[in-house]
Ligand binder design. Structure first.
Ligand SMILES: [Fe+2]
Ligand SMILES: [Fe+2]
Length: 187
């Protein structure tokens, strides 16, 4: 799909970001950058067919999200730390995939649970204040697709044995992501 088609598919043409959403949108753009790089990292684990299969599908969606965010948010508002988000995303994808399919699924489920809340918070804000219905619709579509990833990962992780470790890892991802969002809202 061409960039033009993707923008049409998400109804993302001609959206002006309201000033109150600029920081949020910077964090969305940074987050989608990280997401794309998570899957680029996971792609390196070429010998694991399950990881390859999941990665291929999710990667396409995350690439679309990144195209959409880059299109909507003017370049001068992009995060100054994109290199950092790429490195962190790649590292997370690479190392969690290296630890196997289940661990990778737990990681993706945790990341996407965070991302769902992150988008939902913005959607609620836009609804409540009746700001930019067009932007709201775009965020809703992205959020729905993040939920699909989350469910996909949840279905495939199977029965996790070491429950306390999984909870620890999920919490770590949650607080790490929230830290990254706060930084990327500013820089
Ligand atoms: Fe995404
Ligand atoms: Fe995602």
């Amino acid at each position: 799909m061409s960039k033009h088609n993707i923008i049409n598919k998400y109804n993302a043409a001609n959206i002006n970001v309201p000033e109150c959403m600029l920081n949020w949108m910077r964090s969305n753009h940074a987050g989608e950058t990280g997401a794309v790089w998570i899957y680029m990292g996971a792609k390196c684990i070429f010998w694991n067919k399950n990881i390859q299969y999941m990665t291929k599908q999710h990667y396409e969606t995350e690439k679309n999200h990144l195209i959409i965010m880059s299109h909507i948010l003017p370049k001068n508002y992009h995060s100054k730390l994109l290199i950092l988000w790429r490195i962190l995303g790649f590292g997370l994808g690479f190392f969690s995939a290296l630890l196997g399919y289940r661990f990778f699924c737990v990681t993706i489920q945790s990341v996407e649970t965070f991302v769902e809340e992150h988008y939902q918070e913005q959607i609620d804000f836009l609804y409540k204040n009746a700001i930019s219905f067009k932007l709201l619709r775009v965020l809703e579509k992205c959020c729905d697709e993040e939920v699909e990833h989350q469910i996909d990962a949840k279905l495939h992780k199977g029965n996790v044995k070491n429950y306390s470790f999984v909870r620890f890892w999920s919490n770590l991802i949650g607080s790490g992501s929230s830290f990254a969002v706060n930084i990327s809202k500013q820089y």
